[in-house]
Design a protein around this ligand. Sequence first.
Ligand code: MOS
Length: 751
Amino acid sequence: MKVVGKIVKRIEGKEKAYGEAKYTPDIYFDRMLYAGVVYSNISHGILKSIDISEAEKVPGIVKVATYEDVPGTNKFGVLTKDMWFLIPVGEKIRFEHDAIALIAGETKEAVEEAISKVKFEVEELPAVLTIEEAIKDEIKVNNEETNIAFHKKIRRGEVENSFEIADLIIEREFRTDYQEQAYLETQGAVANFDGEIMRIYGSMQCPFYVQEDVSEILDIPFNKVDVIQMETGGGFGGKEDVPSYIASKAALLSYLTKRPVKIIYKREDDIKETSKRHPSKSKYKVAFKKDGTIIGLKSETYLDMGAYSTLSPIVMYRTLTHSAGAYKVPNVYVDVYGVYTNKVPCGAFRGFGSPQVLFAIESVMDEAAEKLGIDPWEIRYKNALEVGGETATGHKLEFSVGAKKTLENIKKLSNYEQLKKEVEEFNKNNNIKKRGLGWSHIIYGVSLGAGGQHLDASNSEVHVFPDGTINVMFGGTEIGQGSKTAISMIVSEILGQKLDKINVLQTDTFIVQDSGPTVASRTTVFSGNAAKDAAEKIKNNIIEFLCNKFKVKPEDIKINLGVYKINDKEYSFDEIAKMCNDSNVKLNESGWYRSPKLHFDMENGVGEAYVTYTYSTQLTLVEVDTLTGKVDVKKMWISHDIGKAINYDGVIGQIQGGAVQGMGHAIMEEIKQKNGKIITDNFNNYIIPTIKDVPEIIPDVVEEEFPYGPFGAKGIGEPSLMTAPPSIANAVSNAIKKRIIKIPISMEDII
Ligand code: MOS
């Protein structure tokens, strides 16, 4: 191939490095107002009254809005509309950052002052703060019969029988805690209502969700709500549904004042208000034969949804389908529950409900290996998926299963047998510092799967200009992950134009059709396939014209990078574009891709859960200080089967970044709360890995092509994170000779 798989420059890299790229905070309009939010500051209670009179008197304040000012629905919710936009008087406050009022003013200072002058009375109620309290149901978060709001299950085979005939049963309880997405750019939006069209500029993963929610909040039609993606400083799931709540605040104030309104979150408000990874509690019971074969798995997982359901039911679908990990398990009995608590709503975060259970099953695998006297690599290899095999949901795999290759590659790359001896030797000679090795082997369903097929399609627009330059717009978004570069490479590969002549426009809901969210490691596959479709249509138009003009057959035209060769004569792509344009050849086309239909029984959780899966393996070497409890991650070897690396450098970057974010979850990042209120609300006390914490990383890419992916690509966005927590936890367990059953692993846990 000419471009795909090669090392290229990131197409928007220079502007970002030079500080020229336009992010949401960089937008200024004449007469623009700044917005702020009045928060409840209690975890649970009833709003008795609101008094905005003093706030309105602050000089520079243009509007103070409450629930009474909302022209549309005043509610949010992806599946269940259980979340107020602005809490009405007489209704319940369900967590500390529920919004009571919105303020627009000429300066940020005036807005801050007015926020402190909004008075409201509440009747406080006792709060539900843990999964256990939620299950007890003594206090109800959402006025419903029970706090256990959602339940999903897998019922496959005869699990009880597998326990009867098992040689070994492992039973364990596991816990995982919050993780904050910690994108460098906080949430923000600018809304500009001109009396007819509402234009929103924002930092988002899905402008289409924002369009829909703003339309409902303001009660104006979709064709009056234009949402435009700005350069975005990270999302990691935290900008999937949340930007609707942010943009709607700016939109309401702009609608009421008829002036542009900017809202940019402070880190503290961002951490306190917006979604995180769900805390979880799991109970596992897994049956093994003597030789290490898994014959049955029973598990029960509770996810702490926080005050509102938001994306939780969809997150739970992924928890469910990933509960048995990357293995052939014939008998499966899984229950996943989502419970309400009076805390920050949890939602999407890289991995989307799967890291919680992948940690559990990978821990069980290690414990079984130990008890059976089998090497932890061996037990994974023995149970690994292959073409022809079935996943835990009974999905028969027909292609693109590189699971075993990732295991083989890491064993080789790490020189595993030698490494084990070195670790043993080190531990013999050291009393306080102990080293350990830990494996993980995981599966990840690409895209939204059977639980979200109605969203699983994408549009891309490609436009070749008469001078040969090309504009591309796709329905996915660039959030820092590199989608602009990967998709330009696909267009470049098909049309033969050089990468530096291709420009990617920011996603705009007035131009591209609803393409679903940029989540679920789906953008290269979905927007990429759509861009490929559009580019192929243009290429066909060009080839048809050239065949007529030069009296040749399509196979006589040789396309190289930037050059078409016809009858031994070379024409630059730029010359070809001019020729075509001057002969009325159609040079702009729309591309579309939709997910192949999946067959899945939602009641029993059985069938084709996803279009395809990525498979990954990690080995980690850690050194634990047994006096202080400090874990030093020394080296990580990581292999991912992603079908095809479109942008090789980008893939390596994802592998490194994901693993480091996973390491943060495993041993560093902790959300601390008091009465449901978050204390760790900035990076001085919410500690994430920095460059000094990054260990040596040996990445590896396996390319078992996915027949429906662009050039065979699957996805890398999320699997990159999920191998790290179980691999690190297993390495720590191996070092201290005690099983780690919760993440994050604190120094106190180790002591
Ligand atoms: Mo992603 S966690 O699927 O936004």
